[in-house]
Design a protein around this ligand. Structure first.
Ligand SMILES: NC(=O)c1ccc[n+]([C@@H]2O[C@H](COP(=O)([O-])OP(=O)(O)OC[C@H]3O[C@@H](n4cnc5c(N)ncnc54)[C@H](O)[C@@H]3O)[C@@H](O)[C@H]2O)c1
Length: 271
């Protein structure tokens, strides 16, 4: 019997794969036998990740690609198809917060920098929609594929201080459901689109807001942990299982889902 969780030989395109979450997902899918396409806007991030992937013994290629630029995405899709003929998996990890769209503790919403609001919306919404259009179209030709978008706990209820990021990620939720519906209705049940909603993981983008320079937890960290039934932050590698599952035949009837990976944060009222 074939392994229902197998993704062996699948071609997996990961945007932002030079970053913290995308990088961990890349290494994990590679260990499971997928061929990895590392996309990032920063060449140094790509080179570092390719070296790690090759050390692990996996097949991988990398391209500098801007998720906000349709021409860059289309050129990249052509190169991938020329090399590996198809695209089976797309993981949209390029994204994140933009400092000026985060309010300092003594600021109000009226202090938010408008240009940073626009940047955070662009990066998170357009930066997911465009890759889904370009790589999803390649999948639509074979009527087969799995797309994963990255949502956030900031879409379940208001998280103070991050208005732009919260609104942008909430757009990802409805886009995921919309795209799942569209692809299933027009191209059949072989292309699935799902989101994962990570809880709190310490990454480069949120370290300063969660960890003091002396290594202790900030007041915000303590509030997060108090509302997390498991009482701890996530380990970056704890997203990898759900990603592989969603890309595998085991998830063949799952589309349009938004799956929290949050130690119970979204389940708990805090009281
Ligand atoms: N770290 C967390 O706790 C956490 C929690 C919830 C959601 N997320 C989300 O997960 C995703 C990945 O987060 P991360 O912590 O790995 O971020 P990261 O900053 O470590 O990685 C993001 C990567 O995307 C690349 N990138 C930026 N702009 C790009 C563009 N225009 N085109 C192509 N690549 C671009 C960056 O160079 C970087 O390598 C983001 O969407 C983030 O919002 C993270």
């Amino acid at each position: 019997m074939t392994d229902m969780f197998s993704i062996k030989g699948k071609v997996a395109v990961i945007t932002g794969a030079g970053g913290v979450l995308g990088g961990s997902i890349a290494l994990s899918l590679s260990k499971a036998g997928a061929k990895i396409v590392v996309l990032d806007i920063r060449k140094e991030n790509i080179d570092r990740k390719l070296e790690e992937l090759k050390k692990q013994g996996g097949e991988a290629v990398g391209f500098v690609c801007d998720v906000l630029n349709m021409d860059s995405l289309k050129e990249t899709a052509d190169k991938i198809v020329a090399q590996w003929k198809q695209i089976d998996i797309l993981i949209n990890c390029a994204g994140g917060n933009v400092p000026g769209a985060t309010l300092l503790p003594d600021q109000t919403i009226f202090d938010m920098k408008i240009e940073d609001w626009e940047k955070v919306t662009q990066l998170n919404q357009t930066g997911t929609v465009f890759p889904c259009l370009v790589f999803g179209k390649v999948m639509s030709e074979r009527k087969e594929g799995s797309i994963i978008t990255i949502s956030s706990m900031a879409t379940y209820s208001a998280l103070t201080r991050v208005p732009g990021y919260s609104v942008a990620k909430t757009g990802i939720n409805i886009f995921t459901k919309w795209m799942a519906t569209e692809l299933a209705q027009k191209f059949g049940d072989g292309i699935r689109v799902n989101a994962i909603a990570p809880g709190f993981f310490i990454g480069d983008q949120n370290r300063a807001i969660l960890i003091n320079p002396d290594g202790s937890y900030t007041d915000r960290s303590k509030k997060v942990l108090a509302k997390t039934p498991m009482g701890r932050f996530g380990d970056i590698n704890e997203l990898n299982g759900i990603v592989q599952f969603l890309c595998s035949p085991a998830a063949s009837f799952i589309t349009g889902a938004i799956i929290p990976v949050d130690g119970g944060f979204s389940a708990y009222s805090g009281v």
